[in-house]
Structure formats: C-alpha cells, structure tokens
Design a protein around this ligand. Structure first.
Ligand code: SF4
Length: 132
C-alpha cells in the first residue's frame, strides 16, 4: 500500500471551511440508520474504490444526489477512514478533512500514516454495504 503524504496546513485550512465538512459536523452522531438510505446500497462497491489512475466521478455522482451524504462523511471521518469514496469526498480530500475534523473534535494525534489502521477495501465495503 502506498503511503499518502500528510496534508499541508493550507489544505487543512481549506478543508475546515469545506461545505461538505461543515454539513458533516451537523450530522447526528451515533445514528446508524443513515446506512439504510444511501444511494450506493444497490451499486457495486468497487465503484466506490477506484484505482488511483481511475476517475472517482461515477462514485461522486451517486454521493452528490444522496440524502445521507453528511452522515456518511461524518462516519468516515469518525472512523479515520481514508480509503474509497465516502460522503462525496475522495480519499485525498478526506485526508485534509480528517486533520481538520480531529482538530475540532479534540481527538489527539494527527495521523502520521494513513495506511495504519485502515481496513482493507473489501472489509470496509462488505461491512458498510451489509449494514445498509
Ligand atoms: S454519500 Fe455515502 S451513502 Fe451516499 S452514495 Fe455516497 S458513499 Fe453511499
């Protein structure tokens, strides 16, 4: 697995003002019912895990018309997940959002490696789609 570089301060600042992140902050924590309403429920999970050389647009188009985008992004950020498309964000976008998210919520220790502790594509896709 390739290690992603840490987000730069200006990227974190921009992420902290991103409307998607602001919406995620208002999501209801601990309410898993959003998983039953995602637009991706009937879509091949692989769509949401494009290769680095592939466009994420097909997955993002589902997210942009999804009613639970904010809840989905909040769940991904709470899990520290930076693999795949979640809540209308790409992994790269979410790396900066994750630092901003943790700064705001007081979670200690900005991540030093996004390869550690991240579930595999299959584990994540299976658990998320199974719960939906
Ligand atoms: S926002 Fe989340 S639940 Fe909705 S389509 Fe995208 S990945 Fe699925």
């Amino acid at each position: 697995m390739t290690r992603a570089r840490l987000p730069r301060p200006h990227e974190v600042l921009a992420a902290s003002r991103d409307p998607r992140l602001l919406a995620a902050r208002s999501a209801r924590p601990g309410d898993p019912t959003w998983r039953t309403r995602g637009r991706c429920r009937t879509v091949d999970p692989e769509t949401f895990f494009p290769l680095p050389t592939e466009p994420a647009d097909p997955a993002l188009s589902f997210c942009h018309s999804c009613d639970v985008q904010a809840d989905c992004l909040a769940a991904a950020l709470n899990a520290g997940d930076c693999e795949g498309v979640w809540g209308g964000t790409t992994p790269r976008e979410r790396r900066a959002m994750l630092v901003a998210w943790r700064n705001r919520t007081g979670v200690a220790g900005a991540p030093t490696s996004f390869s550690a502790g991240v579930r595999t594509r299959t584990e994540r896709a299976e658990s998320a789609r199974r719960e939906s």
